[in-house]
Design a protein around this ligand. Structure first.
Ligand code: SF4
Ligand code: SF4
Length: 353
């Protein structure tokens, strides 16, 4: 059974106070003891799509960087390019976007280096004992760095059910090509009857995959990358996903990539989930809808236990199943599948700090 630490936000009302408490936890329990002098330490996070979403705030990252530097190691923040066009589709515009979001050196004390290179195509093969794959391709610098600190924001997710550590490392550390392979089966369709021809989906589709015919919007499945933006923006429930055919395979692929990241950093990683500003959609989406009171921060060296505990805490705090808060799909599937592959455990001991 893995140990998971909880810092409750009700006792620490600002991001600054939570960051200070995180520092106290890491120091008192010596949680960064796997980081050695001169290690290059990758700090994987998410810079958010817009400043209204609940992405990890720079002050938290700054504290993480200071804790790594206290070990005489060399931290850098990292991300990977998105599948779709937009603010984060290559290294240059992604880093510029991160600066605009407040992640400059002056606020975090760490440089940003993209893990998958300039174009999102630098990847390294990592062996795993999966059921779909015997190896997965992970963004190069995740594998090449010596230690790994992952800072994730817990949110709902329209295809994975929820997103936190497993999704942040499983999809967020995959190269663009492998992100595409993960999404390959998730293609939405549009109901001609429900569509009002408002064109919102056309405005937001990152791949220009939607056009209008005389009756409704129409998706070109050859151009569609399955990002789900059209589903999120349609107010008339006209966009349909075949969840039964897609969620299981997508979540399995995400989990097997998370397995690869875990394998490449075995014994040299720690996973931090922020359970604040919890939103229905992930931080890649432009819109924000809060679905649960703030809970706090949880920390573990086990990527499965940290997500399992997060989900339980959100359901306990809200008093309802997560499918009622976000999307009505089998949201526990990724935890069950990670448990089955055995690179972490859904069982945990929760220790309040
Ligand atoms: S957003 Fe929905 S209602 Fe509007 S055009 Fe697209 S599918 Fe039709
Ligand atoms: S899922 Fe929707 S928004 Fe995304 S690429 Fe396909 S059609 Fe466009």
């Amino acid at each position: 059974m893995s140990r998971v630490y909880l810092i409750k936000s009700e006792n620490y009302s600002t991001d600054e106070l939570i960051a200070d408490r995180l520092k106290a936890l890491v120091e008192e329990k010596d949680l960064f003891n796997f980081i050695e002098e001169k290690d290059m330490v990758v700090v994987k996070t998410h810079f958010g799509e817009s400043n209204k979403s609940g992405y990890p705030r720079p002050v938290i990252l700054k504290k993480v960087g200071e804790l790594i530097k206290a070990k005489e190691a060399l931290p850098f923040m990292t991300e990977t390019s998105t599948l779709y066009k937009g603010n984060r589709s290559n290294a240059i515009i992604h880093i510029e976007h991160a600066y605009k979001q407040g992640f400059g050196y002056e606020n975090t004390g760490m440089p940003i280096i993209m893990a998958d290179g300039l174009y999102g195509d630098e990847e390294i093969d990592v062996p795993i004992d999966g059921k779909l794959y015997k190896s997965v391709k992970i963004a190069s610098l995740i594998v090449k760095s010596q230690s790994f600190v992952c800072v994730s924001h817990f949110t709902g997710h329209l295809a994975a059910g929820f997103g936190a550590t497993i999704k942040n490392i499983g999809m967020g550390c995959a190269s663009r090509r492998w992100k595409m392979i993960q999404h390959s089966n998730a293609k939405p369709t549009i109901s001609k009857k429900a569509c009002t021809k408002c064109k919102q989906c056309i405005t937001w589709c990152p791949e220009e995959a939607i056009s209008m015919d005389d009756k409704s919007a129409v998706i070109n499945s050859k151009k569609c990358i399955g990002c789900g933006e059209c589903l999120a923006v349609c107010r008339f429930d006209a966009v349909n996903y075949n969840w039964g055919a897609t969620y299981e395979e997508l979540q399995k692929k995400i989990v097997e990539h998370a397995f690869g990241v875990y394998n490449s950093k075995k014994g040299k990683g720690i996973y931090i989930n922020l359970l604040t500003r919890i939103s229905k959609d992930c931080d890649c989406m432009a819109q924000y809808e809060n679905i649960c009171d703030d809970i706090g921060i949880i920390v573990s060296t086990d990527p499965v236990a940290v997500d399992s505990a997060s989900l339980d805490l959100v359901e306990k705090t809200s008093g309802v199943a997560f499918s009622k808060l976000a999307y009505n799909i089998p949201y526990k599937f990724q935890i069950d599948y990670a448990d089955e592959l055995g690179f972490g455990s859904s069982k945990y001991e929760l220790v309040e700090f």
